[in-house]
Design a protein around this ligand. Structure first.
Ligand code: PNW
Length: 450
């Protein structure tokens, strides 16, 4: 059985601005909701914040050299909106633009494609203060303006854009948290939450249109973390149930983006709390994409159930189910097969990328200075076996980005969970590739599972 990937399969690594850049007050960057949130006592473990993070803002050349050494074909990073527009609108901070020019030009020189995420949760604080952030369509509109500016300044060097990273993590977790609380950390009612979701979808659509209006030749997609429905066993009825569930469980985000309308079942289930929207807005939200990126961490297991009105049932994880170091990351590598298969089957998506996949590890530096994260190798290898199964069946999966290049600021967990294939000492900021980085770089060179 071949373990090879097709020629041209794209191998990358991913990060996000607030998690790695640091330089929070350098060169005119405005504050974002994550600065405010992380500086609010009790919101982030141990009171950690992203003021310095990995200091990539000042160390991007070193990181680019490292990526080149590892043989990465692409680097997925995000742009800090408030570095570009300190108040989220109006005045442009040229020093912010310069930084991303230096970063992208350096990547290109190193033979690495820059893949740019426009929004990875760090909303300019001014938009939160003035409009309630995602509670207002003003924010969606200003996101469109920001995307237009970025495309007009970067389309000569950046060919691949993702509008938004993971709707649920800044809408539901930010404005209607159940469990994990993310910035801005407010609690709305259900109608308010649904409107926040809608405004975020609208921002995505306006972003796609804005980029296309100034740069018709670049490619635009998204990086979403859908609920990844996986059949409990591979028999016809359970596969069918998981496919139905994939569309239903993602009704208010990915399904709406790919179909340009809210599924009737979603509107029905929300009743009087359904969001306000217009036909025009739905058309904008459904703007065609060049590719769909999905961030894959764990499965939801689905079984057929003829007694359930939907025809399926989600099976909860038994307490004994294995997980990685972070308890929420279960061992379910089949996600890298089923997510691409269902995207292609349900919506005929022709170009699919895994824009994130990875796990945290409890690293120890051994007496020779090495970090032997064999658990991360186990996680990545098994996920790639599933990804390889997808490509070998002709499913159009075109690339894979591991999360993350570097240990970084893991949101509400602060620096307590390390997701990098490269270790960062947060006292000295020294980078040390872990064993998984060596594994990944060998695998890239072989273009085959090792
Ligand atoms: C992603 N889930 O978030 C983010 O895009 C990254 O910024 C983050 O560091 C990484 O995963 C690791 O946490 C997720 O519950 C948060 O399925 C939650 C889920 C998935 C992804």
């Amino acid at each position: 059985m071949s373990r090879a990937f097709p020629d041209g399969f794209l191998w990358g690594a991913a990060t996000a601005a607030y998690q790695v850049e640091g330089a929070a007050a350098q060169d005119g960057r405005g504050p974002s909701v994550w600065d405010t949130f992380s500086h609010t006592p009790g919101m982030v473990k141990h009171g950690h914040n992203g003021d310095t993070a990995c200091d990539q803002y000042n160390r991007y050349s070193e990181d680019t050299a490292l990526m080149k050494k590892l043989g990465l074909g692409a680097y997925r990073f995000s742009v800090s909106w408030s570095r570009i527009m300190p108040s989220g609108r109006g005045e442009v901070n040229e020093k912010g633009i310069d930084y991303y020019r230096r970063l992208t030009e350096g990547l290109l020189e190193a033979g690495i494609q820059p893949w740019m995420t426009l929004f990875h949760w760090d909303l300019p604080q001014a938009l939160q203060d003035d409009f309630g952030g995602w509670q207002s369509r003003e924010t969606s509109k200003y996101f469109g303006d920001y995307c237009k500016l970025i495309a007009s300044r970067f389309s000569d060097v950046v060919q691949n854009y993702m509008t938004i990273n993971e709707f649920s993590c800044f809408t539901d977790s930010g404005y209607y948290p159940s469990g994990q609380v993310f910035a801005p950390g407010v609690m709305l009612d259900v109608k308010g939450r649904n409107q926040v979701r809608h405004n975020a979808l609208l921002a995505h659509g306006l972003g796609v249109q804005a980029i296309r209006s100034v740069s018709p030749h670049v490619r635009v997609g998204i990086a979403e973390n859908p609920v990844i429905c996986v059949p409990v066993m591979e028999t016809e009825e359970h596969i069918q149930a998981a496919e139905t569930a994939f569309r239903e469980e993602n009704a208010h985000f990915l399904t709406t983006v790919l179909e340009g309308r809210y599924p009737d079942s979603y509107l029905r289930s929300q009743g009087k709390d359904a969001p306000d929207f217009t036909d025009d807005e739905m058309k904008t939200i459904g703007s065609p994409l060049d590719f769909v990126g999905v961030n894959l961490y764990l499965a939801k297991h689905v079984m057929a159930d003829s007694e359930a009105p939907s025809g399926y049932r989600i099976v909860s994880y038994p307490p004994s189910y294995p997980h990685m170091h972070a308890p929420w990351i279960k061992v379910s590598p089949e996600i890298c097969y089923w997510a691409p298969r269902f995207l292609n089957k349900i919506w005929e998506v022709k170009e699919i990328y895994i824009t994130e996949n990875g796990c945290a590890t409890d690293d120890t530096v051994d007496e020779t200075g090495r970090i032997n994260d064999t658990d991360r190798i186990f996680y990545i290898r098994n996920h790639l076996v599933s990804a390889q199964r997808a490509v070998s069946e002709g499913i159009p999966l075109k690339g894979y980005f591991c999360w993350s290049l570097l240990d970084n600021f893991e949101w509400a967990d602060g620096y307590t969970y390390r997701f990098g294939i490269v270790h960062v000492d947060f006292n000295t900021l020294k980078r040390t590739p872990k064993l998984s980085a060596l594994f990944y770089s060998r695998l890239i060179a072989a273009n085959s599972i090792l």
